[in-house]
Every structure is written in C-alpha cells, then in structure tokens.
Ligand binder design. Structure first.
Ligand code: URA
Length: 232
C-alpha cells in the first residue's frame, strides 16, 4: 500500500495573506504519494490524522502560517493541561500574557478560571484548556472570521485527538464557533449541545466575569450543573 503523504508536511508555509476560502481543505488532509492509475475507478481519500497526539499537533502548529496572525503573534498558544482529561475548557483567543508565555489562561483571566475550577473541585492540571484561535490578534482585537476559520483546522484535530467526555465552552465566541450557530450566549446557556458526538455545556467567559462580577453566581450554577452531569 502506498504511504500517505501529508501535503502540510510538504508545504508548511501558506502565504498569510491568502484568504481562508482559498485554502483548500485538501491541503491539510493526506493524499496518496503517487497518482492512481488512469483506469482505476475514483476513490474518496479520507483524511488521515498524521499527527495523532496533541503534543505532535502542538509541535506542528507552532509554525502555522494559515492566517496573518502569524505575523504579529509572539508564539502559538496551542493548549495545555492533561491530554487524557475527561473535560476540556475552550476559550476564545490568547491575551498578551498567554502570547508571551505560550499557554492558555495564565493571565488574570486564567487566575479567575483557576478559582472557578477549584470552586467545583477541579484542579487546573487535571483538565485541558485551549482556545478557538491559537494566536493573539494584534492589540487584543476580536478574532476575524477568516482567522477563526483557518484555526478550525487545528481545533478540529485537537478535539479529535483529545476525545473528551464533555466540553465546556467559555463565552459566546467559543460556543458559537464550536456549535456553528448564531444563537446568543443567553440562548445557549442552560441546555446541552453536541459537538460531533461530545456533549457541550456553555457558560460565561472568565474575562466577562472580571468585568461583570455580579454574573459569577450564574456561572457557578452552570459549573455545578456541569459537574452533576459529568463528575469528571
Ligand atoms: N482569554 C481566552 O479566551 N483565552 C486565554 O487563554 C486567555 C484569555
């Protein structure tokens, strides 16, 4: 059997200014090393994960140039924590502390996330944290649609590799991106959703809670319910 070759491994650099629409998904899936003989009936080539573990993916993502954030980031913030965790927390984008340190949720937002986790009996090291977009947008601006789309290539493989029992989406951007919906956070909170067979629970982003501490109680109730269903 022919050895599959990853096009990404052949062509790691994609011009940052290229729009995501132009980035053919075939570029990140595997193709046969040689063209099939002319008379062979066409077969569908299924995507094959070459980088199976999150560590392998993380090494690969460190050189990502799928969008123009590659020009301004300090480093890619892929994710951190226990790769075997039952529960994965998903934020939005790295902030400046994360951009400097290369880990998600290490700044003031991360300190609050740590306290939120402790309040429900979870140790930060026991869970896995990641962001929808892996690179900090310049000056902390919101991520653009094309940046979210480009990064979904990593997000999908990361979640495929982690295989959590449950996902907790922190804030609107994480929830809407993951669930491919435009429903508001208020509409999404309080009921279970599905990401490719994995249950998804939605609550506030800790950065929002730093600005609106009066909402912390509601977030705590969300987290209690999450733990009641999935005492991870
Ligand atoms: N906000 C996020 O969504 N993620 C981080 O890592 C830090 C702040």
């Amino acid at each position: 059997m022919e050895t599959p070759v990853s096009l990404l491994s052949l062509q790691p650099e994609i011009e940052p200014d290229r729009s995501v629409e132009q980035i053919n998904r075939a570029e990140v899936v595997d193709i046969p090393a040689a063209p099939a003989p002319l008379l062979t009936p066409a077969t569908t080539v299924e995507p094959v994960l070459i980088y199976k573990t999150v560590d392998e993916l993380s090494v690969r993502a460190a050189n990502c140039r799928l969008c123009s954030l590659a020009n301004t980031r300090t480093q890619v913030v892929f994710g951190s924590g226990n790769a075997d965790a039952d529960i994965v927390f998903i934020g939005e984008v790295p902030d400046s502390d994360e951009d400097q340190q290369g880990e998600p949720f290490v700044g003031s937002t991360g300190k609050l996330l740590d306290r939120m986790l402790i309040s429900i009996g979870l140790d930060r090291k026991a869970v896995y944290c990641l962001n929808i977009v892996k690179c900090r947008p310049p000056n902390g601006r919101d991520p653009r649609v094309e940046e979210v789309q480009a990064c979904s290539l990593w997000l999908e493989q990361q979640l495929e590799s982690l295989q959590p029992k449950v996902i907790c989406a922190l804030g609107r951007v994480a929830a809407q991106t993951l669930l491919k919906t435009e429903e508001t956070l208020a509409e999404l909170r309080g009921s279970w959703h599905d990401y490719q067979g994995t249950p998804v629970w939605v609550t506030y982003h800790p950065a929002f809670l730093l600005r609106s501490p009066q909402q912390k109680q509601k977030c705590w109730s969300d987290l209690i319910e999450l733990m009641e269903h999935y005492g991870c």
